[in-house]
Design a protein around this ligand. Structure first.
Ligand code: HEM
Length: 554
């Protein structure tokens, strides 16, 4: 039973101690509202009394306790755990609960980071719903976090899709600890055996380049957005590596697959949402794009990775050639079993790694090529100089090969300058595995760390005129190639790109063939496409059209 009542108590100001109760014993009272009357020095208490024998009241009491626990638990999840610690400074005041989310979404992350760095210095903090993110800028700091502090922040944080797809600690990109070591060692070893960085794989790339160039010729110099075409071509290079076959450019199955990988990149929610605001996946109507993003990866797994693993399993390993990733990985699984070693190599990791090789190997490469054509479009003199170099050393009657690379230094310098300017993999995420000290600050365990490679690739103190597209900066006086230490498009430390050699080969072969075969011209010379980028999973140019005018017509 409940007895509404008003109690009058004497009250000592400042102490909140009730001296006297006129009506009921204190233990039966639940205070709802209190008001102090200074004139009478009386504290009026509106209270409710419970009869604790009533089952309804017991239910309510239990509900109240449960609600208290839920609220406390929710608060403990979002409450800033860094308070009182010597963390790097905030660049701006944070808002209640959402922290700095309003500064990050939906603006351009790279510009936001640049502005914040100017306000708060090279190492600064951001708060998202009470969770801490520290952004590290400047070559020396980046180098230190990737090498000296490797043990304290070795892994990438868990993205929302890994929970949904049940892929936490799976596949070479997302694995952690010993599992990551096993996946990385196996994948590098297989790729080496397949000829990564060597002529065998280079020949397959040249075959793909040839198909791509002929496809572009078929447009008869009409303006074209070639992003999908280049995606198909570089996806075919990865397919050759993973399943040992390529697909026709018009194959509907393959087109769907390429589209899924494209969605996985272009529809990616901002890093902050993907990592820090994981509850966003429960919001209705897919407001953040997370559901579409996760769906694309699910489709890829079920329509490509799993069926090809199943198909490979139909063959016994003795009969199957291991000249592609899936059977070669299965063979390593078998070796682990025979050695009774810890079973890190398994089908779940294999399926995830297939997706990661596609994710890591397609959009990064194709986006760099779209940037490179865009820069050349804005700099016709660079195109001409490169064409002359190719004409002098290779001619126009055969495609450039990897053996021509030492003679085509200017072409390679264009590729490097593109990678420097475009910073395709701009922000590299890590998570602190323990509390550690970094440059006089405390980085608490579980802090998300964003490594800003743009700050290495484009700092004026390292490059002088970083905003200028100037391939010559990668050439010595003698015309040979050199790379400053700050040139880190593939990352730094133990977690760097595991296919750097393959990527370099692809970029060189595609660009050399494009410059050899075409002059790039704008759709409308009065209105050149913007060189501003947009950050998705990678930093990509805004879609644009270009005319590929065959040099053979000149
Ligand atoms: C222009 C092309 C490419 C660029 C700019 C690029 C850049 C990068 C960067 C910056 C990282 C992360 C480093 C870090 O977190 O510290 C990375 C990791 C990775 N890349 Fe690449 N990459 C390219 C091509 C490729 C290709 C062709 C493949 C596969 C065939 C690939 C597969 C991977 C994988 C699997 C990882 C994760 C490695 C690990 O966590 O151990 N990438 N890449």
């Amino acid at each position: 039973m409940r007895y509404p009542a008003v109690l009058e108590l004497n009250y000592v100001p400042g102490s909140f101690t009730y001296l006297e109760e006129k009506n009921t014993p204190k233990r039966e009272r639940c205070i709802l509202k209190e008001k102090y009357n200074p004139e009478q020095d009386i504290f009026r208490v509106h209270s409710t009394m419970f009869d604790f024998t009533s089952s309804t009241e017991i239910t309510w009491a239990v509900v109240a306790v449960l609600i208290t626990f839920v609220v406390y638990y929710a608060w403990s999840l979002v409450r800033p755990k860094y308070v009182g610690q010597n963390i790097p400074p905030f660049p701006a005041p944070k808002r209640f609960l959402t922290g700095h989310l309003h500064l990050w979404v939906p603006k351009q992350e790279l510009e936001v980071v640049r502005g914040m760095r100017a306000a708060a210095g090279d190492i600064f903090s951001l708060d998202f719903f009470g969770k801490l993110m520290v952004i590290v800028n400047g070559h020396e700091n980046v180098k230190e976090i990737c090498t000296k502090h490797w043990n304290e922040a070795p892994d990438r944080p868990v993205f929302v899709h890994q929970h949904v797809l049940d892929e936490v600690n799976c596949g070479v990109l997302n694995a952690t600890g010993e599992n990551w070591k096993a996946q990385r060692t196996a994948t590098i070893s297989i790729m080496r055996d397949l000829g990564m960085g060597k002529s065998r794989l280079a020949e397959r790339i040249v075959e793909e380049v040839e198909v791509f160039v002929n496809k572009l010729k078929s447009f008869d110099a009409k303006p074209v957005d070639f992003k999908l075409l280049i995606n198909i071509s570089v996806s075919n290079v990865i397919c050759a590596m993973i399943i040992g076959k390529r697909f026709d450019h018009s194959d509907p199955y393959f087109l769907k697959l390429v589209k899924q990988v494209d969605i996985a990149f272009t529809k990616v929610p901002t890093l902050a949402i993907g990592i820090l605001v994981q509850f966003a996946r429960y919001l209705p109507f897919d407001v953040t794009g997370i559901k579409m993003w996760v769906d694309s990866m699910f489709t890829f797994r079920h329509e490509f990775a799993l069926p090809y693993i199943e198909a490979s399993k139909q063959n016994s390993l003795e009969n199957e050639s291991t000249d592609c990733y899936i059977p070669a990985y299965r063979q390593k699984m078998e070796q682990e079993t025979q050695k009774h070693a810890t079973k890190f190599l398994n089908e779940k990791n294999l399926s995830a790694s297939i997706l990661h090789l596609f994710l890591g190997g397609t959009e990064t490469t194709s986006t760099t090529i779209t940037w490179c054509v865009l820069y050349c479009l804005h700099h016709p003199e660079v195109q001409e100089k490169a064409f002359k170099e190719i004409n002098a050393h290779v001619g126009v009657n055969r495609f450039p090969t990897i053996a021509d690379k030492p003679q085509l230094c200017y072409v390679e310098a264009i590729v490097r300058e593109t990678q420097r300017m475009s910073a395709v993999s701009a922000l590299l995420p890590r998570i602190a595995s323990k509390d550690f000290e970094f440059k006089g600050y405390t980085i608490p365990k579980d802090t998300i760390i964003l490594i800003n490679t743009v700050s290495c690739l484009q700092d004026a103190k390292n490059w002088g005129d970083p905003e200028k597209f100037r391939p010559e900066r990668f050439l010595t006086k003698e015309g040979t190639l050199h790379s400053p230490e700050e040139f880190v498009p593939f990352g730094m430390g133990k977690r760097t790109c595991l296919a750097e050699n393959l990527a370099k080969m692809e970029l060189f072969l595609f660009m050399a063939a494009l410059i050899q075969n075409f002059r790039f011209e704008p759709e409308n010379p009065e209105e050149m496409p913007t060189m501003k980028g947009q950050i998705q999973m990678v930093h990509a140019p805004v879609p644009y059209k270009v005319k590929f005018v065959p040099r053979s017509l000149e």
